[in-house]
Design a binder for this molecule. Structure first.
Ligand SMILES: Nc1c(NC[C@H](O)[C@H](O)[C@H](O)CO)[nH]c(=O)[nH]c1=O
Ligand SMILES: CC(=O)[C@@H](O)COP(=O)(O)O
Length: 163
């Protein structure tokens, strides 16, 4: 189902595990910061809406989405229950978009395999700035909200499996 048919901010509150005792790390790319700050606000607000204490939300800033890989690896070492990697990659004139998107998706996938701390892929990969605006608090909702819900669910899954 395309994002156009599913608002990123809509979810059933009754299906979300208790997040009060979890600790989350959020790694934020500075490229396209008007977009990534919108994603961060969506994620942060959703976590606090689910009783996560502000003191249990740790933030790292990195230059671009490619650096989300290293930043998320270091965040996994910060005694967190899940990591959210936030970025916005927008198609330019060259193939650089393809290489950045592929590297980041593969790198974050690898972190989920290598370390028992889930890393949520909250990276927009858009053709245009308008598509990014629409998905970071615009008409299609906020992918940061979606990512925060995924982080809560995965932290709960990890806790249940490891207990
Ligand atoms: N063009 C975008 C980039 N490019 C920068 C890379 O992510 C990286 O920081 C650089 O290649 C140095 O290693 N990054 C984004 O997040 N979004 C873009 O649209
Ligand atoms: C995703 C990118 O790296 C891209 O926005 C850079 O733009 P360009 O391909 O025009 O150099």
């Amino acid at each position: 189902m395309a994002t156009a048919n599913k608002n990123l901010s809509h979810y059933d509150k009754n299906t979300i595990p208790n997040a009060k005792d979890f600790r989350f790390g959020i790694v934020v790319s500075e490229w396209n910061d008007t977009i990534t700050e919108g994603l961060y606000e969506g994620a942060y607000q959703t976590l606090t809406d689910h009783d996560v204490a502000p003191s249990n939300i740790i933030r790292f800033d990195v230059p671009g989405s490619f650096e989300l890989i290293y930043g998320s690896k270091k965040m996994q070492q910060q005694q967190v229950d899940a990591v959210i990697a936030i970025g916005s990659v927008i198609q330019g004139e060259t193939k650089h978009f393809d290489f950045v998107c592929e590297a980041v998706s593969q790198g974050i996938k690898d972190l989920n395999i290598q370390v028992d701390i889930p890393v949520i892929f909250c990276v927009l990969t858009d053709n245009t700035l308008q598509q990014a605006i629409d998905r970071s608090g615009g008409k299609h909702g906020n992918k940061g909200t979606e990512a925060a819900i995924a982080a809560i669910k995965m932290a709960a899954l990890r806790k249940n499996c490891n207990s």
